[in-house]
Design a protein around this ligand. Structure first.
Ligand SMILES: Nc1nc2c(ncn2[C@@H]2O[C@H](COP(=O)(O)OP(=O)(O)OP(=O)(O)O)[C@@H](O)[C@H]2O)c(=O)[nH]1
Ligand SMILES: [Mg+2]
Length: 462
């Protein structure tokens, strides 16, 4: 897997920009660049100090391709641990291509997806879970997903796992040592300390595993469904939250039949709003499929916005309206349910506020954009406390999730084996198995297929 040839790729997005950065990594990157670069001060790149920036021209024999800045990072003090050269050129597509062609015909190879980060991992610059979080960091779109990715890249839970792995390894060697001296009946391993360690590992693993559903939700957007009877203004509300005409709005009840969703970042948290088909009894087959989907969406959501039409609420139907809301609340006890009294421009505000004072209520006019900001603030307050202030690590990667689960199963085996007083040789086998899974997480144990799988999902240049 370890290749040391010199690779090159565009590090900035393809297309036109003020500047573009082209990156080289590998043993010959400075030598090759030196051949194709003429510094304004006539100095040789090879003799330049590491972390220096040099102004000059990229030359294709006598022709100037571009005036550029070249940064030199000498091994091992670079992202990949190899010699790295970064060329900041003008951001024309023609120049980018010309430089890539010139360098590839002078001994560079176009990099594979994720190859820079793969090399960083192989050269010990970061562990596997850190390398994987580079991709997450680059694609993070909100404060909360950025926070998690940054935490992982800086070590995050892999540091904890490494420490626990070392302690476990230590015990494994003690237990194995005992086996060598089994005739003499000595005990090297302190079994009480071993038990404490196992308990600590089990709880750490459980916390990380539990954080996965939260982590995924943050990455993909916290689902919020907008539900209610037909024509109450759910689609209008979606459009005003998104500030875009996403869903069709009409005064015909039953306009929305399929659910419509879109993401938006509110106060640094990514939310996914789902507009649903209005709930009613209907003979229409397609509409009833839509209504069934509405309930599936409620099930998936962390927050439900229940929209009522203020202009339609009166003393006559108050009890039945409340009954429907109460039913929703009692069915979905673990969800935040926010009552939205829409069309307040047509309704009686004081009547509504008085009658529904027992609920989490916001009166709005979706059509006039009235109090939409209050809805947004309320939604983020439900989530913010839980997430952004969460100081423990959160698992977002499904590979980590499955490895953590395997590790937990093994550690639990060790624990129950120890409690049942199984022989040291069997205990040692289980401990080794648990250690194997820890190593898979941080990359002490890998294989080409696994690495290929992880890094092929990166884009070229990362
Ligand atoms: N006056 C007033 N009319 C509104 C308001 N919000 C929505 N409407 C109108 O109410 C009608 C229904 O709006 P929609 O957003 O399509 O309602 P919906 O809940 O999505 O309806 P379905 O998709 O059929 O379930 C439209 O004519 C909207 O213009 C509001 O705040 N005030
Ligand atoms: Mg609708």
């Amino acid at each position: 897997m370890i290749k040391t040839d010199t690779i090159i790729a565009l590090a900035t997005p393809p297309g036109i920009g003020a500047i573009s950065v082209i990156r080289l990594s590998g043993i010959d990157s400075i030598i090759i660049s030196n051949k194709l670069f003429k510094a304004l001060n006539n100095l040789d790149l090879i003799t330049q100090k590491t972390h220096s920036i040099n102004l000059g021209y990229i030359m294709d024999s006598k022709t100037i391709i571009d005036k550029v800045l070249i940064s030199v990072f000498k091994a091992p003090r670079s992202y990949t641990g190899e010699n790295i050269v970064e060329i900041s050129c003008h951001g024309s597509v023609f120049i980018q291509q010309k430089i890539l062609d010139l360098f590839t015909s002078n001994g560079c190879r176009l990099a594979d997806p994720g190859e820079f980060t793969l090399r960083a991992f192989l050269n010990g610059k970061m562990d596997l879970s850190q390398a994987e979080s580079v991709a997450d960091l680059i694609s993070s779109t909100s404060e909360s997903s950025h926070k998690i990715a940054m935490d992982h890249m800086r070590g995050g839970f892999s540091e904890d796992i490494k420490l626990l792995r070392e302690e476990l390894l230590n015990f494994a060697s003690l237990i194995e040592l005992e086996l060598d001296f089994s005739e003499e009946d000595v005990e090297f391993a302190n079994m009480k300390a071993f038990e404490d360690l196992l308990v600590k590992i089990i709880s750490t693993l459980k916390n990380l595993i539990d954080s996965f559903s939260l982590g995924n939700v943050i990455k993909d957007g916290i689902p919020i469904s907008i539900v209610g009877e037909p024509n109450t203004g759910k689609s209008t509300l979606l459009n005003s939250i998104l500030n875009e005409d996403k869903a069709i709005v009409s005064n015909i009840a039953g306009t929305t039949r399929d659910s419509i969703e879109d993401e938006i970042v509110i106060n640094g948290i990514n939310f996914r709003f789902i507009d649903t088909a209005g709930i009613r009894t209907t003979e229409d087959e397609i509409e009833s499929i839509g209504i069934r989907k509405t309930f599936e969406n409620i099930n998936k959501s962390n927050i439900v916005l229940y929209v009522i039409d203020s202009s339609k609420v009166s003393s006559d139907n108050l009890d039945s309206t409340k009954g429907k809301i109460d039913k929703l609340i009692s069915t979905y006890l673990n969800k935040n349910i926010l009552l939205i009294a829409n069309k307040i421009d047509l309704g009686n505000l004081s009547f509504i506020e008085q009658e529904f004072s027992d609920y989490d209520l916001i009166s709005i006019s979706a059509k006039d954009n009235l109090n939409i900001d209050k809805v947004k603030t309320k939604i983020s307050s439900y989530i913010e406390l839980g997430i952004v202030n969460n100081s423990s690590s959160v698992v977002t990667n499904s590979r980590h999730f499955s490895v953590l689960n395997n590790a937990l199963t093994e550690v639990q085996n060790v624990y129950s084996g120890m409690k049942d007083g199984i022989s040291s040789d069997l205990l040692a086998v289980d401990v080794r198995q648990a250690l194997y899974h820890f190593g898979e997480l941080t990359g002490e144990i890998t294989n080409d297929e696994l690495l290929g799988n992880i890094f092929s999902k990166f884009c070229i240049g990362k």
